[in-house]
Design a binder for this molecule. Structure first.
Ligand SMILES: *Cc1c(COP(=O)(O)O)cnc(C)c1O
Length: 354
């Protein structure tokens, strides 16, 4: 039976990527060797790393603008501390829009004072705070562009002369933004870009070197930049699969192509959430994420019937995160609109049955 994968992460990747990725395990580029058994210093792998770094910048329109791309380990969670380690001298400003922002704040507090400029915690993070000021004496401003768990997305970003640091784990390469407004972008690969195990960091070099503390090599962006993202053995397979996904994005219209598709999928699903009296959305409408749509049944007594419908239809991963409950449809770049239609059909079917 055909599966429709709405998993929040790790998550769906393009079928073509899975196919090429599996071939590289047996015979990488007709070399007679597996990608898993060659040196990360071999010309073949160095080419993979360089192409992935370059293509990431190209897709974001950041080539020749003073940015470097790194593929690091430790997940986005390590970036919570690494950003502060490298950038926080005295004070930093953070916008709290959910679990992941909260965790970033907790780590940053180990390195200096953290000013929480605004938070939507009092409403279980179902919206994005919009009126706040970033204090003049802060070293940088940190935000989370898409809140994977709560299904909210920042539609605009503050105009600030402070370095703008953003966790884009769950919406990188999904929509057009002026990426040159950002100074540091990080994203765990497993939500829109590749398998778990690698994290993309895009960094404007001029923001580095401003803190006085000593930084351990593995946590120092400057060290990774100076070694072309090969300070130690990189997660070769995760980098390769990420490269395949970046190429797929490029071949399918780039970020603009992804955005168009993502908007069509989100419109289809949210229209049904709003139309169908058995469902209600969780996030405020103006802040809804096209990546992760969160919604609930209006009557929880229908849960068993609805769960059976979508499970029987081959849908996977539709359960909401435990801190929100209900349902979450993660509609990342690689998810075809046909899969969204299947969920919408299940919602309509529930209405007819009741
Ligand atoms: C999943 C997620 C994280 C955590 O990523 P790890 O790679 O598991 O550390 C951080 N931020 C956001 C927005 C996420 O969606």
């Amino acid at each position: 039976m055909k599966k429709h994968n709405f998993s929040a992460g790790p998550c769906i990747l393009p079928k073509e990527v899975f196919k090429k990725a599996s071939e590289a395990i047996l015979d990488f580029d007709n070399s007679g060797l597996s990608l898993l058994e060659i040196s990360h210093r071999s010309p073949a792998f160095v080419d993979v790393m360089e192409e992935a770094r370059s293509l990431a910048l190209e897709l974001l329109d950041l080539k020749d603008k003073g940015y470097k791309a790194l593929f690091l380990q430790g997940g986005a969670s390590t970036q919570f501390l690494m950003t502060a380690y490298n950038l926080l001298e005295n004070k930093a400003a953070y916008l709290n829009t959910g679990t992941w922002s909260d965790k970033a704040i907790k780590e940053a507090k180990l390195f200096g004072e953290v000013i929480e400029v605004a938070s939507s915690k009092e409403k279980n993070f179902n919206y994005i705070p919009k009126s706040y000021t970033i204090p003049k004496d802060t070293d940088y401003f940190h935000c989370t562009s898409n809140n994977t768990i709560f299904g909210t997305q920042m539609k605009s970003f503050p105009n600030t002369d402070k370095p703008l640091v953003c966790d884009m784990s769950s919406d990188i390469f999904s929509r057009k933004l002026n990426f040159s407004n950002f100074d540091l972008i990080y994203a765990g690969a497993q939500k829109n870009m590749g398998p778990a195990g690698v994290t993309l960091v895009i960094i404007k070099e001029e923001i580095l070197g401003k803190v006085t503390r000593k930084i351990p090599s593995m946590l120092d962006y400057a060290v990774h930049i100076s070694k072309d993202s090969m300070f130690n053995t990189p997660p070769v397979y995760a980098v390769y699969v990420s490269l395949l996904t970046l190429k797929w994005i490029k071949e399918n219209g780039g970020i603009a192509g992804m955005e168009e598709n993502n908007n069509r999928k989100a419109t289809l699903l949210y229209a049904e959430v709003d139309r169908n009296p058995l469902f209600k959305g969780f996030a405020e409408k103006e802040d809804r994420s096209p990546m992760n749509a969160t919604f609930n049944l209006t009557n929880s007594g229908h849960k068993e019937a609805f769960d059976k419908l979508w499970k029987d239809a081959g849908v996977n991963g539709l359960n909401g995160h435990r801190s929100v409950g209900g349902y979450r449809a993660s509609m990342y770049n690689a998810l075809p609109i046909e899969s969204v239609q299947v969920v919408v059909n299940c919602m309509k079917e529930l209405e007819h049955k009741i």
